[in-house]
Design a protein around this ligand. Structure first.
Ligand SMILES: NC(=O)c1ccc[n+]([C@@H]2O[C@H](COP(=O)([O-])OP(=O)(O)OC[C@H]3O[C@@H](n4cnc5c(N)ncnc54)[C@H](O)[C@@H]3O)[C@@H](O)[C@H]2O)c1
Length: 259
């Protein structure tokens, strides 16, 4: 049976760990040829190795998504190797949680660069190819912190809200050219990035997981499944949306429970 991404070429950024790794593996499983980006060359290489072991096709392309020339190089490499670009998953991102008044200019600029500039550069570089093809799907990993205020994440949240907006602008400007752009808002997912932070807090990951509406953290694979859908032709009329995949975190208002 043909995969849901058969014959498509996909770029996934930050695909050496967590959500990007899970998405690159799922994309390949569904038949896509995947260009695996990460700032860490060894991590990118490991993801490619796992895809190859499973019988898929992938190429590593280490690059820093905050640097425009490197992002252009990433897209050029995808087109050079595979001849086209069908899916751009702007996924790399990260936060440095801190109270608002303690965030200095360096930490501010670092978070804007990694979570917002990267998506701007990645989206524009991908669009240049997709406009020529008159087809393509852009999927951006935003965050629940871009929908609601999450303590300690004001800059990250601001950037993640910005990229949701960019996906809507792309949808309105490029829909007639066969291009779709959507954002996913993960809730708390058990990835190396989140777990490293939770480990520093009282009670760690276990205590935080118990607070979630489904009584657990999400998994990177649960975001990857949503990314496959948005990248595939099954989502051909899904454009400009922000999709929460958060186990109801964004659906529930904190309030007293009746007994
Ligand atoms: N894990 C969560 O709970 C959660 C929740 C909401 C949103 N997100 C978002 O999901 C995305 C992935 O998060 P994760 O938890 O899987 O992260 P992670 O920290 O587990 O993995 C991130 C990967 O990105 C790579 N990376 C970091 N900076 C890079 C750069 N400048 N260029 C290229 N690659 C870079 C890292 O080397 C790493 O392999 C991020 O955009 C994050 O903000 C995560």
């Amino acid at each position: 049976m043909a995969g849901r991404l058969e014959d498509k070429v996909a770029v996934v950024t930050g695909a050496g760990a967590g959500i990007g790794l899970a998405t690159a593996l799922r994309f390949a499983e569904e038949g896509a040829r995947v260009v695996v980006n990460d700032i860490d060359p060894a991590a990118a290489g490991e993801t490619v190795g796992r895809i190859a072991e499973a019988g898929g096709v992938a190429q590593a392309h280490p690059a820093d998504v905050c640097v425009p020339d490197q992002v252009e190089g990433l897209i050029d490499a995808a087109v050079e190797r595979f001849g086209r670009l069908d899916v751009m998953h702007n996924n790399a991102g990260g936060a440095r949680p801190a109270p608002l008044l303690e965030i200095d200019e360096e930490a501010y600029r670092w978070q804007i660069a990694l979570n917002q500039d990267s998506v701007w550069f990645g989206t524009r570089a991908a669009l240049r190819v997709m406009v020529g093809q008159r087809s393509g799907a852009i999927v951006t990993t935003s965050s629940g912190a871009g929908q609601m205020a999450s303590p300690g994440l004001p800059v990250y949240g601001m950037a993640k809200a910005g990229v949701q907006s960019l996906m809507r602008y792309v949808a309105q400007e490029f829909g007639r050219q066969g291009i779709r752009a959507n954002a996913i808002c993960p809730g708390p997912m058990a990835t190396p990035g989140l777990l490293a932070w939770l480990d520093t807090l009282p009670g760690g990951a276990e205590a935080f997981a118990a607070l979630q509406p489904q009584g657990r953290l999400g998994t990177a694979e649960e975001i990857a499944h949503a990314a496959v859908f948005l990248a595939s032709d099954e989502a051909s009329y899904v454009n400009g949306v922000t999709l929460p995949v958060d186990g109801a975190v964004s659906a529930i208002l904190a309030s007293p429970r009746p007994t």
